[in-house]
Design a protein around this ligand. Structure first.
Ligand code: URA
Length: 259
């Protein structure tokens, strides 16, 4: 791979800026200054630095966002602000896209990546990746939700009724529920509570598998993670563990997360 191509995949600098930097001697390959942008490099094994800092090779990029309410989950939109507009300038890399969708009025954990295969696996119904949501309800939580959701509540799909997959649910406080679902149907959590006779006023996604919303990440904030950290997507933490984590880390601020 050409040196300038490698660097443009790992940084948000333009090809033109990179060419100028390389020509100025700001880049080394295995300890030697290299001034030709077309120099061939082997990203997996070569040690490359830019302005003295090592450029770590990551074939794909993974960004965790604390999606705020009121922002569209889409790669782009002609009229409305999207989650991609919230990315830091250095993260605006080509081919990044959100993995699945959160409704405009849902906040919480959103994974953004250019790893299409991983995105496909997370979204595939075959993999049953568990998503954990805290739902603030209009009316008090009812014990019966636990068994109704576990049995698979009926949801209207067009002119048919379909049974949702079993979902786990526990109570967090008088009007807040924690729900673990394995599907990603349109407005799923809101429709599940509507089918049970309640209404979701606020919805926060806390976790995808074992990958959690960093409690210190403000709404609209992002943090990069490494590929090895995505392994936790396939875990299925016990809902009681997630409940403990929620109570210890988020309960005081999660509702005030609009920007
Ligand atoms: N369920 C919903 O109803 N909305 C979301 O954004 C995610 C899950």
């Amino acid at each position: 791979m050409r040196l300038d191509r490698f660097l443009s995949g790992q940084t948000a600098l333009s090809r033109r800026e990179l060419t100028a930097l390389i020509r100025s001697g700001a880049v080394t390959v295995n300890g030697a200054s290299v001034r030709k942008p077309e120099t061939p490099v082997t990203p997996e094994t070569d040690h490359i630095t830019l302005k003295g800092a090592p450029v770590k090779y990551e074939p794909f990029h993974y960004i965790l966002m604390h999606k705020p309410c009121g922002i569209l989950t889409a790669a782009r939109d002609a009229k409305q602000q999207t989650v991609m507009d919230l990315l830091k300038p250095e993260d605006r890399l080509q081919k990044l896209a959100p993995v699945g969708r959160l409704d405009r009025d849902t906040s919480g954990l959103l994974l953004i990546t250019d790893d299409g295969q991983l995105a496909h696996q997370v979204l595939s119904p075959k993999h049953h990746v568990t998503k954990y949501y805290a739902a603030r309800l209009r009316d008090p939580f009812q014990e019966v939700y636990i068994s109704q959701f576990y049995a698979g509540i009926m949801l209207r799909e067009g002119d048919r009724e379909e049974q949702a997959l079993p979902a786990e649910c526990v109570q967090l406080d008088e009007r807040t529920a924690l729900l673990a679902i394995q599907e990603g149907r349109y407005h799923q959590v809101r429709r599940m509570f509507a089918a049970a006779g309640n209404f979701v006023e606020d919805l926060l996604r806390l976790q995808i598998g074992g990958l959690f919303l960093p409690p210190d990440l403000p709404a609209g904030g992002t943090v990069r993670i490494f590929h090895k950290e995505t392994a936790s997507l396939w875990k299925k933490p016990d809902i009681s563990e997630v409940k403990r984590f929620f109570i210890d880390n988020y309960s005081s601020y999660w509702i005030k997360d609009t920007i």
